[in-house]
Design a protein around this ligand. Structure first.
Ligand SMILES: Cc1cc2nc3c(=O)[nH]c(=O)nc-3n(C[C@H](O)[C@H](O)[C@H](O)COP(=O)(O)OP(=O)(O)OC[C@H]3O[C@@H](n4cnc5c(N)ncnc54)[C@H](O)[C@@H]3O)c2cc1C
Length: 464
């Protein structure tokens, strides 16, 4: 049996006792969920408004997806930008992309203002492409990026690729050509299936450590306006005209606004007593997918990196486009023996959580998932050890996928007492941070422009 052991949780070295809410309470803003979305939402509300905030976490801070992800900071959507352009139009979709990229600056702002110690590595990360369609789709993205004044991604194609001459002329200015050896070097692979490397800004961070450090900072910096309670699952939320009543264990909380930062919609009931009913079955449309990862330690010889590999097989659906992909990160890791190490992590295999099934964080990691990841590393990663890797960590985490793969950020159209910053999807670190800032703008009373993240009224259509 392989226990669910995440390197991010291991680094927390928690000593704080879980303190649940033990009395009835009153607040301006109740934040439900203490992952990176909840904690950064608290940061921006406290920083940008004068309101009091209480954060309620069912379990412990950062022990959800935030403590079980790949820790790769990336600014793409889990869905091709071209599809988002089709759904929302170019202006809105590109603005959404710009918003996610703006979260880099917000991250820097948080780190600078709080003097955060959690290591954050920034570098050019890469994605390896292996099919003609993948390459052309990325060129199309790049054309939109250039036309709408976003920084283009760099694309290098292998000069020996037999389809190079078939690339439409209109994209000629968007890529360069180099010997395949150089392309494979960027991708740190020996797998000659890869014919192009895409380069863009990426990073690595332990988002659990970041959230833990940030919440400790907030509770000191905003002693009078902020408190948080762990082991405090919210069971019922009743929305009135100008406030909400929350039920937490045997206590109630009255809040002028409630922000759901719960990843998906689970384990609570929601009733709108001041308007049209909100579909409490909406959570069924936030589909659960379990992502599996493994990591091993190696000497600190190579710089941090993050690389995705879009291979040729179309067997499983990790990527909604139907293409199979793996992702790898490498970063320095302070391990228990305190000698400097790199931690090499890889993931890709996923399982869809059947509707109605519950995800248990304590479930072990299936051996076949570990083997699939190991096979990928052995076949593709050119720094894989000659003697098989010993995985110090295998872990899994739950991702809540919204129907269109875009995070929901903003007020509930049927009752703005309730706001959302949720829908973890596969890439959620930067979107959560952007979401936190965006929510603070609503709470500040700013006139906020329409975005692709707005919760939709039709999501509330069905009632139970
Ligand atoms: C395997 C995997 C790999 C990933 N890799 C990456 C990556 O490389 N890069 C990236 O950007 N993103 C990645 N993600 C996604 C990213 O981790 C998430 O989008 C991000 O952490 C979401 O944070 P969150 O705060 O929304 O959710 P969570 O961290 O899940 O936090 C939600 C919290 O809400 C609490 N909660 C739920 N219901 C209640 C309730 N009723 N009352 C009180 N509390 C409640 C939960 O206990 C939980 O702590 C990955 C996710 C997984 C699972």
């Amino acid at each position: 049996m392989i226990p669910n052991r995440s390197p991010w949780i291991q680094q927390l070295k928690r000593t704080r006792a879980v303190v649940p809410l033990d009395t009835n309470a009153n607040t301006d803003v109740a934040i439900v969920g203490g992952g990176i979305a909840g904690v950064t939402t608290a940061f921006f509300i406290l920083r940008n408004t004068t309101q009091n905030v209480i954060l309620l976490e069912a379990d412990k801070i950062a022990h959800g997806a935030t403590g079980h992800n790949a820790g790769q900071i990336a600014s793409y959507f889990e869905r091709p930008l071209l599809e988002l352009i089709k759904e929302f139009g170019a202006e809105l979709a590109i603005e959404g992309q710009r918003s996610i990229e703006s979260a880099w600056l917000l991250l820097d702002q948080i780190v600078a203002e709080t003097k955060m110690q959690t290591p954050l590595y920034r570098f050019t990360g890469y994605a390896g492409l292996s099919t003609f369609d993948q390459v052309v789709n990325h060129l199309k993205h790049n054309r939109y990026r250039v036309d709408y004044k976003l920084l283009p991604e760099s694309i290098v194609m292998a000069d020996n690729w037999d389809l190079l001459s078939k690339i439409p002329k209109e994209y000629k200015d968007l890529f360069s050509v180099a010997p395949q050896k150089n392309v494979l070097e960027l991708l740190e692979t020996k797998n000659t299936d890869y014919v192009a490397a895409l380069g863009f800004q990426k990073g690595c961070m332990n988002s659990a450590l970041f959230s833990e450090e940030l919440i400790v900072y907030l509770s000191k910096a905003y002693k009078k306006r902020f408190s948080f309670y762990e082991g405090s699952p919210v069971k019922h939320i009743r929305l009135k005209k100008d406030h909400a009543n929350l039920k937490i264990r045997s206590h109630t909380m009255r809040a002028s606004r409630v922000v759901l930062c719960t990843n998906g919609f689970e384990h609570f009931t929601l009733k709108n007593e001041a308007g049209k009913p909100i579909n409490t079955k909406f959570h069924h449309s936030v589909a659960g997918r379990i992502g599996y990862m493994s990591g091993y330690l190696e000497p600190l010889k190579h710089p941090p990196t993050a690389i995705s590999y879009f291979n040729k097989t179309k067997e499983r659906g990790a990527d909604p486009t139907g293409e199979s992909y793996f992702y790898l990160t490498r970063r320095p890791h302070e391990h228990t023996d305190r000698t400097p190490h790199n931690l090499v992590c890889a993931g890709g295999p996923e399982k869809v959580l059947p509707n109605g099934a519950t995800y248990a964080r304590s479930d072990s990691c299936p051996k076949d998932m570990k083997n699939t990841i190991n096979d990928f590393l052995r076949d593709s990663y050119n720094k894989y050890p000659a003697s098989e890797a010993t995985f110090s960590f295998c872990w899994h985490g739950l991702m809540g996928y919204t129907p269109n793969g875009v995070r929901r950020v903003g007020p509930e159209p049927r009752n703005p007492v309730l706001l959302y910053n949720l829908g973890c999807n596969g890439v959620g670190i930067l979107p959560s941070i952007f979401g936190g800032k965006h929510i603070s703008r609503f709470l500040k009373g700013e006139k906020v422009e329409k975005t692709i993240f707005d919760p939709l009224d039709q999501e509330s259509k069905t009632t139970n």
